[in-house]
Ligand binder design. Structure first.
Ligand code: ADP
Ligand code: MG
Length: 694
């Protein structure tokens, strides 16, 4: 149950003055429709209206506030010419310019002969000073109608800054103070304000410093968000550890048999990872480990060997993949090796139906399957193992804690769980994302990989790229063509991909195929299979190919509007090529005009293929905020934290969270009660849900 004091925080914005149905729709698109969504939407900047020069001294290009007398109005004589209002002060003349205004309204706002305070962006136009559509025009008698400092929020179409500011201010008045959850020593040391005061400060700043990430208010809010995250992680960890694992001591036989038929040697990193994982299996403690390694670093074979070790110890194992394509791919890689070694492997996805499914489930329950590879279908209620002892979750961040727990609940005697991820995460953030999970890192690439030749090309040279593609196709090359992310909308993504598919199809006919996220599993697989077999040689897609797929013959990757992708995502996409023994290339098609940061980010892609380096550079360039595209990385979403400014707080929060859980695991004492507010407020729901389930 959500604490009562939070009721107002989660109330609907419609309660607030100035928020009607239309604004609510816009808000919903931008950030959500609860007061807490408004309050956690921090200003991106501040407009300072305190610069009040005389007209003659005023510097154009920025915001100025001028006190002037209105001289005369010249209404527009046709639709295209503006309405002008001439004003002056004792030093010079100022022109106010309006396009399509309502004349009666303007006459009321700016009566001839009266004095007005005008604020807005000053421009030079043909040697004259002018302001187009001033932000404020107030009478000197009511100076308070214009704030000195005005917050600027990241906006969405259909919602004005004024409406949002008003709503936020109203929300601030409604929400109550909350019990203090931060450590009192920390508050004292850093002289932190209370939570509600901090919110007030950032939304109603008295100075530029107030909204900067270095402000005490921002620091306070960062502490809150980090503690919420770390506490949720610590609770999950503690609950996992409460359940004991079991000691799975394999004989080494099956592992040995697999290694014997393996056509290559494990790399040093693979060996280390395997040793660490097998060490966890052998220990009585439940495994809490993540195997992190770039696309193509060879995690799958390590996973298989770990599975073999567990099977030697007499238990069943499961390998869970987020998509059908991936599950199939795992089966393809693993099955031949596993079968020579005598492992019984089966695949279970949503497409297993009817009698065959029943037969498979019976075999599983009878202990006749050693390794079950599959998708979410494995988690379904009627799937029962005879004795599940070890589960591997690929791309583990794509599964919720709830799903991981459901999987674990299929094991009667406790289960060791190993997560895998191909998303490199900067060292500074590992702690944030995974708390203190143990990490096995595979950084070394298998030998013999050829670097991918990466080029950045502006879209205006699209025809050159297509010509190059045509030449490559004559030599039998296969290419991926990934279409841009369009805002957040899958439908728009699809439209873009379909359009490109149309152009390419016009040129290359049946050699072009299209896959996208709206397709059914079977349709998708059919297209993928055609690409795999070479029946089609250009695969146009939205980002559905992001994880997994392994087509050794594909040597060209074109990514359209590469500047819209997260670097880690680009890195993963690029990892789709360069897998075979041919030279590969990656073409990052960028918009014709891109900013400096975008340029720098694409340059990194050209210069390195080290996923960890890429992730770290991306973090450095973008600062905090939208770090890796949180959806891809599995990182919790942070609204308050600036990872450059608040780096020192991460470890502090982790230590505090651990101490809290050690002393008061069920959050029962006074601070524990306050901390429950914190968890709910930041919606770190894995922690919340675990507290409920006790
Ligand atoms: P990941 O799952 O980490 O993306 P994979 O396990 O699919 O990577 O490995 C990519 C390719 O590298 C596979 O074709 C695999 O057979 C091969 N491979 C794995 N380990 C080695 C190694 N030590 N030496 C040579 N090739 C390897
Ligand atoms: Mg164990």
């Amino acid at each position: 149950m959500r604490p009562e004091a939070l009721f107002d925080y989660f109330a609907d914005v419609e309660r607030l003055p100035g928020i009607g149905k239309r604004n609510k729709v816009a808000l919903e698109r931008l950030l959500g429709t609860r007061l807490v969504d408004l309050l956690f939407h921090l200003p991106s900047g501040l407009v300072d209206r305190r610069y009040r020069p005389k007209v003659a001294d005023a510097v154009s290009g920025g915001i100025v506030t001028l006190e002037v007398t209105v001289d005369d109005h010249s209404p527009s004589h046709n639709r295209r010419s503006p309405y002008r209002v001439r004003c002056h002060d004792e030093t010079g003349e100022l022109m106010l310019v309006f396009f399509n205004p309502r004349a009666d309204w303007l006459n009321k706002q700016l009566p001839v002969g009266e004095t007005r305070i005008i604020s807005g962006k000053l421009e030079d136009y043909q040697g004259k000073k002018q302001i187009t559509h001033p932000d404020y025009m107030v009478s000197p008698e009511n100076p308070n109608e214009m704030p000195d400092l005005e917050t600027v929020y990241p906006l969405t179409a259909g919602l004005s800054g004024k409406v949002l500011r008003k709503a936020v201010q109203a929300a601030l008045e409604v929400v109550p103070d909350l019990p203090e959850w931060l450590d009192s020593a920390l508050i004292k040391r850093d002289t932190l304000p209370t939570f509600t005061d901090a919110l007030k400060t950032v939304h109603e700043p008295q100075s530029i410093e107030d909204v900067a990430p270095s402000s005490l208010a921002r620091r306070r809010l960062a502490c809150d968000e980090l503690l919420a995250t770390q506490l949720a992680l610590a609770i999950v960890r503690e609950r996992t550890r409460r359940k004991r694992g079991r000691a799975l001591r394999g004989s080494g036989d099956i592992v040995e048999r697999i290694l014997k038929v393996l056509p290559y040697q494990l790399t040093g990193d693979q060996q280390t990872a395997l040793r660490e994982i097998v060490g966890d299996l052998k220990s009585e403690k439940a495994m809490l480990r993540l195997m992190q390694g770039d696309v193509g670093s060879g995690k799958t074979i390590v996973a298989l060997l770990a599975i073999a070790s567990a099977v030697e110890a007499g238990v069943q194992t499961a390998l869970l993949a987020p998509t059908e394509i991936l599950a199939h791919q795992h089966l393809d890689t693993i099955a031949p090796l596993a079968e020579t070694a005598g492992l019984r492997v089966a695949l279970l996805t949503g497409r297993n139906k009817g009698k065959p499914r029943v037969a498979l489930l019976e075999a599983l329950a009878a202990g006749e399957i050693d390794l079950l590879i599959g998708t979410h279908a494995i988690i379904q209620q009627d799937v029962n193992f005879s004795d599940l002892g070890f589960a591997i979750i690929d791309e583990q961040h794509r599964f919720g804690v709830q799903q991981r727990m459901t999987l674990a609940s299929k094991a009667e005697h406790g289960v060791d769980v190993l997560g895998m991820t191909a998303t490199p995460i900067p060292r500074t953030l590992t702690l944030t994302a995974y708390g203190d999970m143990d990490v096995s890192l595979i950084r070394e690439k298998p030998p013999g990989r050829k670097p991918v030749d990466t080029r950045v090309v502006a879209l205006e040279r699209l025809s050159d790229v297509i010509a190059g593609l045509e030449r490559a196709m004559h030599t039998g090359a296969r290419a991926y063509w990934v279409c841009p992310l369009v805002e957040e909308s899958e439908l728009l993504d699809l439209a873009a991909a379909e359009e490109r598919y149309g152009t390419l199809k016009h040129l290359f006919g049946d050699r072009v195929g299209l896959v996208h996220g709206k397709m059914k599993g079977a349709e998708k697989d059919a297209v993928m299979a055609k690409f795999q077999s070479g029946e089609i040689s250009i695969l146009v897609s939205t980002t559905v190919i992001e994880v997994g797929v392994n087509v050794l013959e594909a040597t060209i990757m074109v990514i359209e509007h590469a500047e819209r992708f997260g670097l880690s995502q680009l890195h993963q996409l690029r990892g789709r090529v360069g897998r075979g023994d041919q030279r590969s290339s990656c073409i990052l098609l960028r918009a014709n005009e891109v900013g400096e940061v975008a340029r720098a980010r694409l340059k990194i892609m050209r210069e390195t293929e080290d996923g960890f380096l890429i992730a770290e550079e991306d973090l450095r360039l973008r600062g905090g905020g939208e770090v890796l595209g949180t959806k891809q990385s599995g990182l919790p979403e942070f609204k308050m934290v600036d990872f450059t400014e608040h780096a020192d707080l991460i470890e502090l929060a982790r230590d505090d969270a651990r101490m809290i859980v050690a002393k008061d695991p069920d959050l029962q004492n006074a601070r524990g009660g306050a901390l429950r507010h914190l968890l709910y407020l930041f919606e770190r729901d894995e922690g919340v849900r675990l507290m409920q389930s006790g």
